[in-house]
Design a protein around this ligand. Sequence first.
Ligand SMILES: *Cc1c(COP(=O)(O)O)cnc(C)c1O
Length: 547
Amino acid sequence: MQYHEIVQQLRQAFPQPVSDLVHDSYFVTTVLRVLDQVDAMKSRAPLLGKPEELDYNAARLQRIPSGPQSLESVASQLVRRLSGMFIWGHPRSQNNVVPSPTIPGILGGLLPSIYNPNLCSDESSRGVAVAEVETIAMTADLVGYDAATAGGVFTFGGTGTLLYAARIGLEKCCPGTKSRGISGSPVVICSDRAHYACLTVANWLGLGEDNVVRIPTSDDNEMFPCLLESEMKRLLEEGRPIACIVATMGTTDAFGLDDLQAIRNIRDELTEQYHLDYTPHLHADAVIGWAWSVFNGYDFGTNPLGFPHRTVRALAGTHRRMRHLGLSDSLGIDYHKTGFAPYISSAFLCRDAADLQLIARSPSSTPYLFQSGEYHPGRYTLETTRSGSGPMSALANLLLFGRDGLRSLLGHLVGMAETLREHLEGSASTTVLNGGNFGSVTLFRVYPDGVDTFNMPRREMEDFSAREQLLAHNDYNRRIFQLIQHRALHGEGVVLSLTDCYRYSKHGDPVVALKSYIMSPFSEEKYVDFVLQSIWKARQRLQETGG
Ligand SMILES: *Cc1c(COP(=O)(O)O)cnc(C)c1O
């Protein structure tokens, strides 16, 4: 074939620049066909298609084809790649903080992928740039910032939000780092339950992972403020600059919540006491917890949405900490976690938009950009090209849910988790570990027959003489998990996950836990029973095989 014939043929694979009803319907039909093919992969099981052995050797042997293939063939080949994927929105999928995206959220991803706005500047993204500003303003107001003076940008995930925080904080404590590089061994402070992204950021910014100071946490997975205070004093007396204090507002495994108000007070007092010429930057890693700020203004007393008592208690327990989000200097938000948006939809928010100027590039370094328009986030974003899908999906869901929608959804998920906890607490062979954290995630341990579960969990944590049992039970929980996972991969039972280290025991041994993260809007009590059945089946299996 001659090149011009090939080009002619390839044109069919692009959306038409000028509306052509015949071709437009070809586009739509192709999408419908793809969705039909995916739909045919659904069964009652929480996965698409059938369990697949993943063949990376065959993958490495793949090469680009010599000529073009038809759009239909490519579409089917893409669909096949989804076989074996868990369906996160299935009520029997409870393995992590992965949501099922909403239909408007999906459209928020689809439209920009057709028209390709680039959020580098409003020259290249027009109204989609405005959507970013709208979404940031709505969220800033929601969490308790003054939306008129707050600012923010979408970035490449929760890790990106921490990177922005540490980078801005670094410029505050060591002005000129931008041009001269790092000096004086600045530190990042977070809790020992904070996300490993704090280490990633220290590593990638060149601060060094050893300069991440981790403050011990209580049994409820929150930083001890008194230990933060003594550690900050020690660091300040050594003359160490503090680039960032990270308060984790919803730890990844257990949904522990740091006391942001106490942390803020300590930061303010020590700034004054030590006559610092900068204010250490206080970032709230609220990538999971932010959504609970929809309960700002909710009357838990009259409870107009009619949540059950236990749910109200759990929601109020979280709100008690989350209502202080506005005290932070910056915040990380993952709409792609508790906001039901598709990946990637994460925003970094600053209480004071002027903070973003601390990391801005000089206009002379970008001579070919920003020639018109008035919104040029590309001046301070790490990325040059940024997709419009993050803000469009986030905006879609904020509009779809409104406060009451997100309240209802979160309340339902938390209520389901409470039901699961009630069952787990009522059983002689299971123990809930994060009973003091009120999210939709439950960490628990399963024990073999004959273990006194009133005593054992505490002894494992505190008593060195119970070390052998702790390690044996870690192993037991791993095997329970493997059995549950094996069944899940075959579409039976529930999809749970395992954490290798819920916490360390007093003597430094990791405590393994099973994890149920309820995220599906389709969750109902009967699926909670599935969790219990899966556990009993696995226990029985181990007993039979002498495990
Ligand atoms: C998930 C998570 C992160 C990382 O966010 P990504 O969006 O996965 O990059 C950071 N902090 C906390 C507390 C998290 O749960």
